[in-house]
Write a protein that binds this ligand. Structure first.
Ligand code: AMP
Length: 288
């Protein structure tokens, strides 16, 4: 039987454990999540486990990164199952503070980036990344990790956090790990739970359209406008043949380092998209 992870709700308690481990020169690996864990999260936890003495997973559905019309209330939660997964993966601590603990009355500070958050998901979710960087600043200050683990699934988030770590001089190494997919290619996401059977089928088109772009690139296509057109056509075609309602939020091809749009595919190109499948907004990407 694996050792049960210690569940912590209070910031002071988390700090005390962190202090103890830092005094013993133990390295801390940290995986921030919103819970409802799946294999995507598990891959991050496993890397953290391999590379650190102590592993902390946070589970916090952060209200500041949801706009008022988004899915904060419906966001799936299952702490019991999350605990079992963390136990199996030999996590030492689960930090799961309440909203009041993280944002007491009169909380006033926002941490935000000026440029990297303007495009891609930032266009349709203008307050999202400030919520993410504010909560991560707090979590980094509380957990004081040596290593943090993020998924390429949220590619813009990864670039934003990398920049924030650099700008704010955090002594933290950032690790960005590949997207874990279901057998049919759909990127794993807690939000997949919202999809009806028909929508779930249609959602495959996100990854399929990216695969089409990849195939064209392999054949020598470099023109980003044309590649975006092929992706759009594939998604619109699915919209025509399925009863699910698909609505493209964006299809962008950018430099993965600075998220600036590019004309021609080169090394380290990020092809990213966001599509509403019914009411559920899904994202996916590939890096070439
Ligand atoms: P979330 O709980 O959705 O906020 O995600 C927590 C972390 O898990 C983020 O760094 C995500 O990028 C990462 N993640 C979510 N889904 C996947 C996936 N399918 N593959 C790899 N990492 C993922």
């Amino acid at each position: 039987m694996d050792k049960e992870p210690i569940l912590i709700k209070k910031i002071d308690e988390m700090r005390n454990f962190v202090k103890k481990h830092r005094n013993q020169n133990q390295t801390i690996g940290f995986v921030p999540t919103m819970g409802f864990l799946h294999q995507g999260h598990v891959s991050l936890i496993q890397s953290a486990r391999q590379e650190n003495d102590i592993v902390v997973v946070s589970i916090f559905v952060n209200p500041k990164q949801f706009a008022p019309d988004e899915d904060l209330d419906q966001y799936p939660r299952n702490i019991e199952r999350d605990k079992e997964i963390c136990q199996k993966e030999e996590v030492d601590y689960i930090f799961c503070p309440t909203v009041e603990e993280m944002y007491p009355e009169n909380f006033q500070t926002t941490v935000s980036l000026s440029e990297l958050t303007k495009g891609l998901c930032g266009k349709s979710r203008p307050t999202h990344f400030a919520g993410v960087t504010t909560v991560l600043t707090k979590l980094f200050n509380i957990v004081q990790p040596d290593n943090v683990y993020f998924g390429q699934k949220d590619a813009q988030q990864a670039v934003v956090v990398k920049q924030m770590i650099k700008d704010l001089n955090y002594p933290i190494s950032m690790h960005i790990l590949p997207i874990i997919r279901e057998d049919d290619g759909i990127a794993m996401s807690s939000r997949n739970k919202y999809l009806s059977a028909e929508e779930r089928k249609s959602a495959r088109v996100l990854n399929q359209s990216l695969s089409i772009a990849e195939a064209f690139i392999k054949k020598g296509e470099r023109d980003c406008q044309r590649l975006k057109k092929f992706i759009r056509q594939k998604i619109e075609n699915e919209n025509d043949i399925s009863s699910s309602q698909l609505k493209i939020d964006y299809i962008e091809i950018v430099d993965f380092d600075n998220l600036q749009p590019i004309e021609k595919v080169k090394d380290n190109t990020l092809i990213a998209l966001a599509v509403f499948v019914g009411k559920t907004r899904l994202i996916d990407n590939v890096v070439k």
